[in-house]
Structures are given as structure tokens and as C-alpha cells.
Write a protein that binds this ligand. Structure first.
Ligand SMILES: Nc1ncnc2c1ncn2[C@@H]1O[C@H](COP(=O)(O)OP(=O)(O)OP(=O)(O)O)[C@@H](O)[C@H]1O
Length: 251
């Protein structure tokens, strides 16, 4: 019997990226299967965030191609890209909530990709189904009681949980997380990582996350991709690695 072949949700084919004349990413290739969590690690400035932005189609590659959920991003029409983006969520290092709006409105914003337009700007305007989906997402991150609080009256850990609710409200197939707990203290950071990975594992979401925390990379990643000066230096299952194998990336 052959093991079933999982669909590939994200593929980088020999991608390179330069800013001006400066090479940032060079000949980066990998394929990430459905439901796989990949930790992207490497020293400061080695190109992790740039790679995430290329994978999401937010910036063009200089060479090579990205295939996200079956769509070659540099060949996609605006409508095709919109369709892909509606199935993709992002959790960034700083939660990027709109401070003056309610927690619930901020979570409703997670549906803007699926329903572009003013109605998904504020929970008061949003259709009932969207408000209910946002409430369910808040329940899943344990913050239903905070739905009507202003976003700027939350702690860092609570804000990041709201950002997670916003990322999952549209039931994405793929989630990108750029140092999701970098701004949190170790205990709040651990809670956020536990919660995030419990939710994504429940839904078989494909995840790419960056982290400077070697323990997190090995604990939450199925696979670890290590970048050094914009090249893939390490590509292995987390189970086959020890912390020392990753420390070399920081020398
Ligand atoms: N828009 C841009 N224009 C010019 N250079 C850029 C731009 N964005 C990033 N860079 C440069 O690209 C390099 C890689 O940056 P990037 O943010 O991808 O690294 P990183 O691995 O995510 O770093 P960190 O771990 O510090 O977050 C850096 O030298 C950065 O200055």
C-alpha cells in the first residue's frame, strides 16, 4: 500500500528576490503539504519575512514562481488572487488591530477577503452570519466576553488572541504567522502558540510560521526550513532535529 499523497498547498519554485541590486532570497525551493506546519527560522535579516510576503503574493518574486493553493501567483488575475487570498489568513508579530474599533469589528475584518466592502468594516454593519462567525471565532480563543471592548483596551496576549480569531474566522486553508508571539512575555507567548496550534491542527490548516525561538520551531513545526543569507540551509522534519542543529543557523 502506498501512503496517500497529500495535496501541496504551497510551492516555491527556485524563487529569488532582490531589492534594488541587493539579493535577499536566492534559489529557494520547497513544497508544503496540506495540514503541515512549517517553521521558518534563521538569523535577523536573512529573508524570512520577505519569503512570507512572496509566498502570500504581497510582493512579486524577481525570479522563479510561487504556487499557492494551486494558483501560480505571478500569473493570476486580480480576481484569481482575491479568491486565493480569501482562503489565506495572516497573524503578524504586532497584532495590527484597529485600536478604536471593538474586538468584534476587528474579527469581522477577517472576512473582508471573502466579502470586500464596507459591510465588513464594522460589526454593526456586518450581516448576521458574519457577526455570528466572528463570535464563534472569539469563543474559540476564549474572548467572547470581550467582544464589545475597544481593541486598544486589551493586553498584548489578548490582542494577539483577537488577531488569531481574525485570522481563523474565514476558515482559511493556509495560515501565515510572522513571529506570532514575539511581542509577548514567555508565558503569554506560550499560551498563544498552544492556542494557535490547537486551532490550526483541529482544522488541518497548512501553516508557515517564523520564529526566533528554537524550542517553538521544534515543538510546533512538523518541518523546519532554515534560511541563511537568503538560501535554504536546512530542510528537515522537526522530529529529526535537535536544538543544536538549528543553532548553526545563527553563527
Ligand atoms: N522593501 C524593502 N526594500 C529594501 N530592502 C528590504 C525591504 N524589505 C526587507 N528588506 C531587506 O531585506 C533583508 C531581509 O529582511 P527580512 O525582514 O525579510 O528578514 P527577516 O529574516 O524576516 O528578519 P528578522 O528576523 O529581523 O525579522 C533585510 O536586509 C532588509 O533590510
Amino acid at each position: 500500500m502506498f501512503a496517500p499523497v497529500l495535496p501541496v498547498d504551497i510551492e516555491a519554485r527556485a524563487i529569488s528576490k532582490t531589492f534594488g541590486a541587493v539579493p535577499i532570497l536566492t534559489n529557494v525551493s520547497f513544497r508544503l503539504a496540506r495540514g503541515e506546519a512549517t517553521a521558518l527560522v534563521g538569523a535577523n535579516g536573512t529573508g524570512k519575512s520577505t519569503l512570507l510576503r512572496c509566498l502570500m503574493g504581497l510582493i512579486p518574486t524577481s525570479d522563479g514562481s510561487v504556487h499557492l493553493l494551486g494558483q501560480q501567483t505571478n500569473k493570476a488575475t486580480v480576481q484569481e488572487m482575491r479568491k486565493v487570498r480569501a482562503q489565506v489568513g495572516l497573524v503578524s508579530q504586532k497584532h495590527n488591530l484597529v485600536p478604536r474599533l471593538s474586538v468584534l469589528s476587528n474579527v469581522v475584518h477577517g472576512l473582508l477577503g471573502k466579502h470586500p466592502g464596507l459591510r465588513h468594516w464594522s460589526h454593526a454593519l456586518a450581516p448576521r452570519a458574519s457577526r455570528e462567525a466572528a463570535m464563534r471565532a472569539l469563543e474559540r480563543v476564549g474572548l467572547a466576553d470581550f467582544a464589545h471592548r475597544r481593541a486598544d483596551r486589551l493586553s498584548g496576549g489578548q490582542s494577539q488572541r483577537v488577531a488569531i480569531a481574525r485570522a481563523i474566522v474565514g476558515a482559511p486553508k493556509v495560515l501565515f504567522a510572522d513571529e506570532p508571539c514575539a511581542s509577548l512575555d514567555p508565558s503569554a507567548g506560550e499560551d498563544v502558540m498552544e492556542l494557535f496550534f490547537r486551532l490550526v491542527r483541529d482544522e488541518n490548516v497548512t501553516v508557515v510560521f517564523t520564529s526566533h525561538n528554537i524550542e517553538h520551531a521544534l515543538k510546533y513545526g512538523d518541518r523546519v526550513l532554515g534560511l541563511a543569507q537568503g538560501r535554504v540551509q536546512l530542510d528537515a522534519t522537526a522530529a529529526s532535529l535537535k536544538p543544536a542543529d538549528l543553532r548553526g543557523l545563527y553563527d
